[in-house]
Design a binder for this molecule. Structure first.
Ligand SMILES: [Zn+2]
Length: 320
């Protein structure tokens, strides 16, 4: 048996072929030109066939473990909603299994659940049993390891801390609801807030940045620069984002009582001051015993976490 780890994002497909002991044999990375499910499966089949041939592996059965940026069903067979791919109710696992002849086991994972497992197995979670991860990139999401096992939840959507309602009547969120943590602290939302305050003139700093950047939109990094430059509006946005994240983290601390919380995602990794503020606010919102028990750690695997997690999760499929 060989393991095929897959990381399917909104713009790129990564595939890794490994031996059963996870030794890496071959890897491919390619941008998605056609994001339709059939085209993605055909591309995956083509890359797998190439790697099989190169390494003389045609005789071996495959366990395909696939991290997908989207919401899945509980069984890990169907992509229920992947906004970046524009997929709804796609039977992706069945499609892979009927296209790749050697695919004996196929299972799908939410990409952040896979990334959490990757960190747990190879990064910062090693040796622990109760671990939570929160990733702040364009959105805010998370994953859980409970009792040393990956935890999907009752219908596969656990640890969606980005959609806790921080300000119930507040800013609108990409999910369609109002006031979510993500609407105050996600990378896309921070960029939108920066554009708004630049346009309404309340932050001369961001106004100047916007005019210097021309067509290029503002981002969380511009707010970070504004905080450095002591711009009061940027500081307000920063404090609100840190508070929203800390408030979300306090729910994980209070309910799960994790030994460790892993913080990752591009926005947090590139803006350590925001991660620091989020930790401080998390402890402020949490009772002492749970707060004292946790250690906050920084993601070690970065963009690799989802891929590493997908390969590691192959064990949990074959054990079933
Ligand atoms: Zn939301």
């Amino acid at each position: 048996m060989m393991i095929v780890g897959v990381d399917l994002g909104g713009t790129q497909l990564r595939v890794r072929m490994c031996r059963a002991d996870k030794t890496l044999l071959a890897e491919r990375k390619t941008l998605l030109e056609d994001r339709s499910p059939d085209a993605v499966v055909a591309l995956l089949a083509e890359l797998v066939a190439e790697m099989q041939e190169e390494n003389n592996l045609q005789k071996f059965s495959l366990t395909v473990s696939c991290a997908v940026a989207g919401m899945l069903d509980k069984t890990g067979r169907i992509v229920r909603n992947a906004p970046n791919l524009k997929w709804r109710e796609e039977p992706f696992a069945d499609n892979i299994q009927s296209t790749i002849e050697e695919a004996q086991h196929v299972v799908l994972w939410n990409d952040l659940d896979a990334a959490t497992w990757g960190e747990y197995k190879s990064g910062e979670g090693q040796g622990l049993s109760e671990v939570a991860a929160v990733f702040v990139g364009s959105g805010v999401g998370g994953g859980l390891v409970l009792g040393g096992r990956p935890f999907r939840g009752g219908s596969g959507v656990s640890a969606e801390v980005g959609h806790l309602k921080y300000r119930p009547e507040g800013r609108s969120c990409g999910c369609g609801a109002r006031g979510c943590v993500e609407a105050y602290a996600g990378g896309h939302s921070l960029a939108r807030i920066a554009e708004e305050v630049a346009a309404n003139g309340s932050s001369p700093f961001l106004q100047e940045r916007a005019s210097n950047k021309g067509e290029q939109p503002l981002s969380a990094a511009d707010i970070a620069a504004g905080v450095e430059a002591n711009d009061p509006v940027c500081k307000e946005i920063f404090e609100q984002a840190g508070d929203a994240l800390g408030w979300a983290l306090s729910h994980l601390l209070t309910i799960i009582n994790p030994e460790s919380i892993i913080l990752g995602g591009g926005v947090l990794l590139n803006w350590p001051a925001l991660a620091e503020l989020a930790k401080e606010r998390a402890l402020h919102y949490t009772s002492t015993p749970a707060g004292e028990a946790v250690s906050f750690v920084t993601s070690q695997l970065g963009n690799e976490a989802g891929m590493v997690g997908a390969v590691e999760l192959a064990d949990t499929i074959t054990q079933k």
